[in-house]
Ligand binder design. Structure first.
Ligand code: MD3
Ligand code: FE
Length: 205
């Protein structure tokens, strides 16, 4: 039996195919307005394999010189990020348990070969709010551990339409995406996976 760390709630198959299609259409509009970019690691400038964009009043960005941060504009177009689509705001209302609206929605696009190394999400000042994640497209192997990198991890598959809520004592847990399973979903036009994470960045201002 798979036991998830305390504070992590996985709801497999929450979104029906119709809802996934509708959400995907919303995200295609976001990407049309706010193109995917290739994030690079601070200092080394090493590109990540995942491509990203955001919607919301703040978006997560990274570059060689200034590192990881949230900012109100796209790093290449310099325009404000588009609004978070209503159906995502509704999911946040229904599942986050948080009274404040999310400020950021990070859109991660994984090609068939992309992965994301073990890391913590600690660029948010408001750590009492959960992170809400929605997966679309091909399945992935997701891994989550404890508060130290060395701790034991558990791995499980995230499939299209799954929701994951990360809060409480797992909010600063190490986690990553080991691999994509290309061809496990027909939602996208090509092999790959989209992950959406809704986040509160600042305490109620
Ligand atoms: C567990 N994204 O964008 S989402 C990220 O599938 C990120 O794209 C992954 O890690 C993805 O930072 C995982 C689920 C998730 C999000 C935040 C977490 C799991 C988490 C924070 C702490 C522990
Ligand atoms: Fe993360």
């Amino acid at each position: 039996m798979l036991v998830l760390p305390k504070g992590i709630r996985h709801i497999p198959g929450l979104l029906a195919r119709d809802d996934q299609e509708a959400l995907l259409a919303d995200i295609r509009q976001v990407v049309a307005d706010s193109p995917l970019f290739t994030p690079v690691m601070p200092r080394s400038g090493q590109p990540m394999s995942v491509r990203m964009t955001n919607c919301g009043s703040l978006g997560w960005v990274t570059d060689k010189e200034r590192g990881y941060r949230y900012q109100p504009t796209h790093p290449f177009t310099n325009r404000p990020w588009p609004a978070i689509p209503d159906r995502l705001l509704k999911l946040w209302e229904d599942y986050s348990g948080c009274d404040l609206a999310p400020e950021a929605c990070l859109v991660n696009y994984y090609g068939p070969e992309a992965k994301m190394g073990l890391h913590q999400d600690r660029d948010e000042k408001e750590l009492s709010a959960p992170v809400l994640s929605i997966s679309l497209g091909d399945a992935c192997l997701f891994r989550v551990g404890g508060l130290r990198r060395e701790e034991r991890t558990v791995s499980f598959r995230l499939e299209s339409g799954d929701l994951v809520l990360i809060g409480g004592e797992s909010r600063l847990a190490f986690h990553g995406v080991d691999r994509i399973y290309p061809g496990t979903s027909a939602l996208l036009k090509a092999p790959g996976r989209i992950n959406l994470t809704l986040r509160r960045v600042n305490p109620s201002s």
